[in-house]
Design a protein around this ligand. Structure first.
Ligand SMILES: [Zn+2]
Length: 208
């Protein structure tokens, strides 16, 4: 008990020092990181993608949805949401064929249920060249907005509409990607609108 009695004043001083330091130096945000240090590009051809916020929704087996589903026809282009390095190309029972990209600062993104069917079939047996863009492999550097893969229905999406299950994570903790997706979608729309205004102004662009 005496040791506690002696330690108490010291601890009080130490606590005071920490508090003072806390005021002097801006503290890290309580939730570590809540937004990636790069701007998320919409990770799929936005013109044929339908999505709403589905993060946290209940799933079978007591699981919760830790990503956002981006509905689109099979073989629609899937893009890297940010610059990074491909860390995983693999298959899982629920996620099917998927890619994980490691970005700067401990952030990562995943793209799941990628295509595993030959065109016009649901054979689940397609060559991986119909899953991941040829030439890409684990260790490949990818730029933001670069096509990496094709939409599919592999894993437990086999009996739902084809879509990409997109995940955003910091330090392997899932972050709700919806606000970033919404923002990226709006920017993609605006970029096209600006391009169309430009081509109309100069009268020689193709409005394809
Ligand atoms: Zn999903």
């Amino acid at each position: 008990m005496t040791s506690h009695g002696k330690a108490a004043p010291f601890l009080a001083l130490a606590l005071l020092a920490v508090l003072v330091a806390g005021f002097a130096v801006p503290a890290r945000p309580a939730l570590a990181e809540t937004a990636p240090p790069f701007e998320i590009e919409f990770p799929q051809d936005w013109q044929v993608t339908v999505f709403s916020s589905t993060f946290g929704a209940s799933r079978s087996g007591g699981r919760h949805h830790d990503g956002n589903d981006l509905m689109a026809p099979k073989l629609t282009a899937v893009y890297a949401a940010g610059e990074g390095v491909i860390a995983i190309i693999d298959t899982s029972s629920l996620g099917g064929r998927y890619i994980e990209i490691q970005h700067a600062g401990g952030w990562s993104t995943r793209y799941m249920h990628l295509n595993n069917d030959d065109p016009g079939t649901d054979n689940g047996d397609a060559d991986w060249s119909l899953t991941v863009v040829e030439g890409l492999a684990v260790g490949s550097h990818v730029d933001a907005g670069q096509q990496i893969a094709y939409v599919g229905d592999s894993g437990n999406a086999e009996w739902t509409g084809s879509h990409t299950h997109f995940e955003l994570a910091f330090d392997d903790n899932a972050i709700d990607p919806y606000p970033f997706l919404e923002d990226a979608f709006a920017r993609a729309q605006e970029t096209q609108a600006a391009a169309m205004r430009g081509s109309m102004r100069y009268g020689q662009g193709k409005l394809a």
